[in-house]
Write a protein that binds this ligand. Structure first.
Ligand SMILES: [Zn+2]
Ligand SMILES: [Zn+2]
Length: 288
Protein backbone atom coordinates (compact mmCIF):
# COMPACT_ATOMS: atom_id res chain seq x y z
CA UNK A 1 0.00 0.00 0.00
CA UNK A 2 1.34 3.38 -0.92
CA UNK A 3 -0.58 5.91 1.07
CA UNK A 4 1.76 8.41 2.65
CA UNK A 5 4.92 7.77 0.67
CA UNK A 6 5.09 11.04 -1.22
CA UNK A 7 6.64 13.84 0.80
CA UNK A 8 4.99 17.23 0.39
CA UNK A 9 8.15 18.94 1.55
CA UNK A 10 10.44 19.80 -1.40
CA UNK A 11 14.10 18.79 -1.29
CA UNK A 12 16.19 21.29 0.71
CA UNK A 13 18.32 22.18 -2.32
CA UNK A 14 15.31 23.59 -4.15
CA UNK A 15 14.15 27.02 -3.07
CA UNK A 16 10.52 27.10 -2.00
CA UNK A 17 8.15 29.14 -4.12
CA UNK A 18 6.36 32.14 -2.59
CA UNK A 19 3.11 30.12 -2.70
CA UNK A 20 4.64 27.32 -0.61
CA UNK A 21 6.21 29.74 1.89
CA UNK A 22 2.89 31.57 2.32
CA UNK A 23 0.94 28.32 2.66
CA UNK A 24 3.24 27.07 5.41
CA UNK A 25 2.92 30.41 7.21
CA UNK A 26 -0.87 30.15 6.87
CA UNK A 27 -0.81 26.65 8.39
CA UNK A 28 1.12 27.99 11.39
CA UNK A 29 -1.19 31.00 11.79
CA UNK A 30 -4.41 29.06 11.34
CA UNK A 31 -3.83 25.42 12.39
CA UNK A 32 -7.50 24.63 11.74
CA UNK A 33 -6.72 24.98 8.02
CA UNK A 34 -3.88 22.41 8.17
CA UNK A 35 -5.68 19.69 6.19
CA UNK A 36 -6.68 22.07 3.39
CA UNK A 37 -3.16 23.54 3.29
CA UNK A 38 -1.51 20.11 3.15
CA UNK A 39 -3.76 19.06 0.27
CA UNK A 40 -2.93 22.27 -1.59
CA UNK A 41 0.81 21.74 -1.02
CA UNK A 42 0.57 18.18 -2.36
CA UNK A 43 -1.29 19.29 -5.51
CA UNK A 44 1.12 22.20 -6.06
CA UNK A 45 4.02 19.75 -5.84
CA UNK A 46 2.46 17.56 -8.55
CA UNK A 47 2.05 20.62 -10.77
CA UNK A 48 5.50 21.99 -10.02
CA UNK A 49 7.16 18.73 -11.08
CA UNK A 50 5.51 18.74 -14.53
CA UNK A 51 5.26 22.49 -15.15
CA UNK A 52 8.58 23.12 -16.87
CA UNK A 53 8.21 20.08 -19.12
CA UNK A 54 5.06 21.50 -20.66
CA UNK A 55 5.73 23.96 -23.48
CA UNK A 56 3.76 27.19 -23.82
CA UNK A 57 1.63 26.67 -26.94
CA UNK A 58 1.56 29.14 -29.80
CA UNK A 59 -1.94 30.56 -30.04
CA UNK A 60 -3.47 33.32 -32.16
CA UNK A 61 -4.12 36.00 -29.56
CA UNK A 62 -4.67 38.97 -31.83
CA UNK A 63 -7.29 41.42 -30.63
CA UNK A 64 -9.41 40.70 -33.72
CA UNK A 65 -9.61 37.00 -32.88
CA UNK A 66 -10.30 37.56 -29.20
CA UNK A 67 -13.07 40.06 -30.07
CA UNK A 68 -14.60 37.59 -32.53
CA UNK A 69 -14.57 34.80 -29.97
CA UNK A 70 -15.92 37.09 -27.23
CA UNK A 71 -18.87 38.05 -29.44
CA UNK A 72 -19.69 34.35 -29.79
CA UNK A 73 -18.88 33.53 -26.13
CA UNK A 74 -16.36 31.05 -27.51
CA UNK A 75 -13.13 30.45 -25.51
CA UNK A 76 -9.89 30.58 -27.50
CA UNK A 77 -8.54 27.09 -26.87
CA UNK A 78 -9.55 23.71 -28.21
CA UNK A 79 -8.18 20.41 -26.92
CA UNK A 80 -5.87 20.17 -29.95
CA UNK A 81 -4.17 23.38 -28.71
CA UNK A 82 -3.48 22.01 -25.24
CA UNK A 83 0.16 20.83 -24.98
CA UNK A 84 -0.74 17.62 -23.15
CA UNK A 85 1.38 14.65 -24.19
CA UNK A 86 -0.52 11.47 -23.24
CA UNK A 87 2.48 10.21 -21.22
CA UNK A 88 2.60 13.42 -19.18
CA UNK A 89 -1.16 13.38 -18.78
CA UNK A 90 -1.03 9.80 -17.47
CA UNK A 91 1.68 10.73 -15.00
CA UNK A 92 -0.17 13.77 -13.64
CA UNK A 93 -3.48 11.90 -13.48
CA UNK A 94 -1.87 9.08 -11.51
CA UNK A 95 -0.16 11.46 -9.08
CA UNK A 96 -3.31 13.57 -8.69
CA UNK A 97 -5.41 10.48 -7.97
CA UNK A 98 -2.89 9.36 -5.36
CA UNK A 99 -3.11 12.73 -3.62
CA UNK A 100 -6.92 12.69 -3.64
CA UNK A 101 -6.88 9.13 -2.31
CA UNK A 102 -4.34 9.93 0.37
CA UNK A 103 -6.55 12.76 1.61
CA UNK A 104 -9.62 10.48 1.48
CA UNK A 105 -11.33 12.70 -1.09
CA UNK A 106 -12.25 9.95 -3.53
CA UNK A 107 -13.97 6.62 -3.11
CA UNK A 108 -11.88 3.45 -3.30
CA UNK A 109 -13.68 2.31 -6.48
CA UNK A 110 -13.04 5.63 -8.20
CA UNK A 111 -9.39 5.46 -7.21
CA UNK A 112 -9.05 2.01 -8.83
CA UNK A 113 -10.81 3.28 -11.95
CA UNK A 114 -8.48 6.28 -12.13
CA UNK A 115 -5.46 4.03 -11.71
CA UNK A 116 -6.66 1.95 -14.67
CA UNK A 117 -7.37 5.03 -16.75
CA UNK A 118 -3.92 6.46 -16.00
CA UNK A 119 -2.21 3.14 -16.75
CA UNK A 120 -3.77 2.02 -20.00
CA UNK A 121 -7.00 3.91 -20.61
CA UNK A 122 -7.64 6.58 -23.23
CA UNK A 123 -6.55 9.43 -21.02
CA UNK A 124 -6.53 11.96 -23.87
CA UNK A 125 -10.17 11.17 -24.71
CA UNK A 126 -11.16 11.62 -21.06
CA UNK A 127 -9.33 14.95 -20.89
CA UNK A 128 -10.81 16.10 -24.20
CA UNK A 129 -14.33 15.22 -23.04
CA UNK A 130 -13.75 17.14 -19.82
CA UNK A 131 -12.54 20.26 -21.67
CA UNK A 132 -15.31 20.08 -24.27
CA UNK A 133 -17.88 20.07 -21.48
CA UNK A 134 -16.30 23.16 -19.93
CA UNK A 135 -16.22 24.94 -23.32
CA UNK A 136 -19.83 24.00 -24.09
CA UNK A 137 -21.01 25.31 -20.70
CA UNK A 138 -19.20 28.60 -21.33
CA UNK A 139 -20.78 28.95 -24.77
CA UNK A 140 -24.24 28.12 -23.42
CA UNK A 141 -23.63 30.33 -20.36
CA UNK A 142 -24.72 27.40 -18.24
CA UNK A 143 -23.76 27.23 -14.57
CA UNK A 144 -20.86 24.96 -13.70
CA UNK A 145 -21.87 21.37 -13.15
CA UNK A 146 -21.45 20.82 -9.43
CA UNK A 147 -22.51 17.18 -9.68
CA UNK A 148 -19.20 16.14 -11.28
CA UNK A 149 -18.09 12.78 -9.92
CA UNK A 150 -14.74 11.71 -8.54
CA UNK A 151 -13.41 10.78 -11.96
CA UNK A 152 -14.29 14.11 -13.54
CA UNK A 153 -12.85 15.95 -10.59
CA UNK A 154 -9.53 14.12 -10.88
CA UNK A 155 -9.33 14.52 -14.67
CA UNK A 156 -10.04 18.26 -14.30
CA UNK A 157 -7.34 18.65 -11.66
CA UNK A 158 -4.86 16.70 -13.79
CA UNK A 159 -5.53 19.01 -16.75
CA UNK A 160 -4.75 22.12 -14.73
CA UNK A 161 -0.99 22.36 -15.32
CA UNK A 162 -1.53 21.92 -19.07
CA UNK A 163 -4.31 24.49 -19.24
CA UNK A 164 -2.22 26.90 -17.20
CA UNK A 165 0.40 26.82 -19.99
CA UNK A 166 -2.37 27.89 -22.40
CA UNK A 167 -3.15 30.73 -19.99
CA UNK A 168 0.56 31.67 -20.06
CA UNK A 169 0.21 32.09 -23.84
CA UNK A 170 -2.92 34.26 -23.59
CA UNK A 171 -2.25 36.33 -20.44
CA UNK A 172 0.25 38.80 -21.97
CA UNK A 173 -1.97 39.55 -25.00
CA UNK A 174 -3.03 43.19 -25.10
CA UNK A 175 -6.21 42.10 -26.86
CA UNK A 176 -7.37 40.22 -23.75
CA UNK A 177 -8.88 43.51 -22.56
CA UNK A 178 -11.76 43.05 -25.00
CA UNK A 179 -12.79 39.81 -23.23
CA UNK A 180 -15.27 41.01 -20.58
CA UNK A 181 -17.33 37.85 -20.20
CA UNK A 182 -18.02 35.94 -17.01
CA UNK A 183 -16.23 32.83 -18.30
CA UNK A 184 -12.53 32.23 -18.89
CA UNK A 185 -11.21 33.14 -22.34
CA UNK A 186 -8.91 30.12 -22.35
CA UNK A 187 -10.86 27.15 -21.00
CA UNK A 188 -14.38 28.43 -20.33
CA UNK A 189 -13.98 27.94 -16.57
CA UNK A 190 -15.81 29.96 -13.95
CA UNK A 191 -14.12 32.53 -11.75
CA UNK A 192 -12.74 30.90 -8.62
CA UNK A 193 -11.46 34.10 -7.06
CA UNK A 194 -11.15 37.79 -7.84
CA UNK A 195 -8.60 40.54 -7.41
CA UNK A 196 -9.68 44.11 -6.82
CA UNK A 197 -7.02 46.40 -8.22
CA UNK A 198 -8.92 49.69 -7.82
CA UNK A 199 -12.49 50.90 -7.32
CA UNK A 200 -13.14 50.32 -11.01
CA UNK A 201 -10.92 47.39 -11.87
CA UNK A 202 -11.68 43.87 -10.76
CA UNK A 203 -10.14 40.85 -12.40
CA UNK A 204 -11.59 37.38 -12.28
CA UNK A 205 -9.25 34.41 -11.85
CA UNK A 206 -10.11 31.13 -13.55
CA UNK A 207 -10.24 28.15 -11.22
CA UNK A 208 -8.96 25.83 -13.95
CA UNK A 209 -6.16 27.59 -15.82
CA UNK A 210 -5.47 30.63 -13.64
CA UNK A 211 -6.12 33.21 -16.37
CA UNK A 212 -6.98 36.68 -15.03
CA UNK A 213 -9.29 38.94 -16.98
CA UNK A 214 -11.21 42.14 -16.39
CA UNK A 215 -14.87 42.08 -15.46
CA UNK A 216 -17.18 44.91 -14.37
CA UNK A 217 -16.90 45.33 -10.59
CA UNK A 218 -20.66 45.87 -10.15
CA UNK A 219 -21.75 42.81 -12.13
CA UNK A 220 -22.39 39.27 -10.98
CA UNK A 221 -19.85 36.87 -12.50
CA UNK A 222 -22.30 33.96 -12.23
CA UNK A 223 -25.63 35.28 -13.54
CA UNK A 224 -25.96 34.41 -17.23
CA UNK A 225 -26.27 38.02 -18.43
CA UNK A 226 -24.34 39.67 -15.62
CA UNK A 227 -26.76 41.33 -13.26
CA UNK A 228 -26.12 44.90 -12.17
CA UNK A 229 -27.06 46.59 -8.93
CA UNK A 230 -27.93 43.48 -6.98
CA UNK A 231 -24.63 42.75 -5.29
CA UNK A 232 -24.13 42.69 -1.54
CA UNK A 233 -20.60 42.83 -0.22
CA UNK A 234 -18.84 42.25 3.05
CA UNK A 235 -15.19 42.10 3.99
CA UNK A 236 -12.69 40.96 6.59
CA UNK A 237 -11.91 43.63 9.26
CA UNK A 238 -8.62 44.49 7.53
CA UNK A 239 -10.53 44.76 4.20
CA UNK A 240 -7.91 42.56 2.55
CA UNK A 241 -10.52 40.04 1.48
CA UNK A 242 -14.00 40.85 0.23
CA UNK A 243 -17.06 38.86 -0.71
CA UNK A 244 -19.45 40.03 -3.43
CA UNK A 245 -22.72 38.11 -3.23
CA UNK A 246 -25.52 38.22 -5.80
CA UNK A 247 -29.12 38.64 -4.61
CA UNK A 248 -30.42 37.14 -7.86
CA UNK A 249 -28.54 33.83 -8.18
CA UNK A 250 -27.36 33.75 -4.53
CA UNK A 251 -23.79 32.88 -5.49
CA UNK A 252 -20.74 34.76 -4.26
CA UNK A 253 -17.16 35.50 -5.24
CA UNK A 254 -14.29 36.11 -2.87
CA UNK A 255 -11.66 38.67 -3.87
CA UNK A 256 -8.33 39.97 -2.69
CA UNK A 257 -7.86 43.73 -2.50
CA UNK A 258 -4.38 44.78 -3.57
CA UNK A 259 -4.91 48.18 -1.92
CA UNK A 260 -5.33 46.51 1.49
CA UNK A 261 -3.01 43.54 1.06
CA UNK A 262 0.75 43.73 1.35
CA UNK A 263 1.55 41.42 -1.57
CA UNK A 264 0.10 40.45 -4.96
CA UNK A 265 -2.85 38.04 -5.03
CA UNK A 266 -1.87 34.36 -4.64
CA UNK A 267 -4.91 32.26 -5.56
CA UNK A 268 -3.48 28.99 -4.17
CA UNK A 269 -3.07 30.71 -0.79
CA UNK A 270 -5.90 33.22 -0.77
CA UNK A 271 -8.63 30.70 -1.61
CA UNK A 272 -7.65 28.84 1.57
CA UNK A 273 -6.96 31.86 3.79
CA UNK A 274 -10.57 32.89 3.10
CA UNK A 275 -12.24 29.60 4.06
CA UNK A 276 -13.75 31.36 7.14
CA UNK A 277 -15.36 33.84 4.71
CA UNK A 278 -17.01 30.93 2.91
CA UNK A 279 -18.56 29.87 6.18
CA UNK A 280 -19.85 33.43 6.73
CA UNK A 281 -21.29 33.61 3.21
CA UNK A 282 -22.97 30.21 3.48
CA UNK A 283 -24.41 31.20 6.85
CA UNK A 284 -26.03 34.18 5.12
CA UNK A 285 -27.65 31.83 2.62
CA UNK A 286 -25.28 32.22 -0.33
CA UNK A 287 -23.52 29.45 -2.18
CA UNK A 288 -20.03 29.33 -3.72
ZN1 LIG B 1 -9.44 29.08 -17.64
ZN1 LIG C 1 -25.81 36.30 -9.87
Amino acid sequence: MRLVSEPTRPAPSRPETPDVIELKALRTRQPELADAVDLQLALLEVHRRIHLRIPVPTLDVTEARIARHAAQRRPLVRFADVPAEPGDLRLVLRQTSEVLHRFALIEEAAFRELENLARDGDVAAAAEAWLNRSLAMAEASAPEDTSAGDLDQAVGLALKPFLSRCADAVQPAAGLQVWRLNRCAVCGGEAEFGVIESAEVRRLICGQCGLRWGFAADQCPFCPDGTKGSMTSFATPDRRYQVAACEVCRRYLKSYSTAHGRRPVMPAVDTLATLPLDAAAIQRGYQG
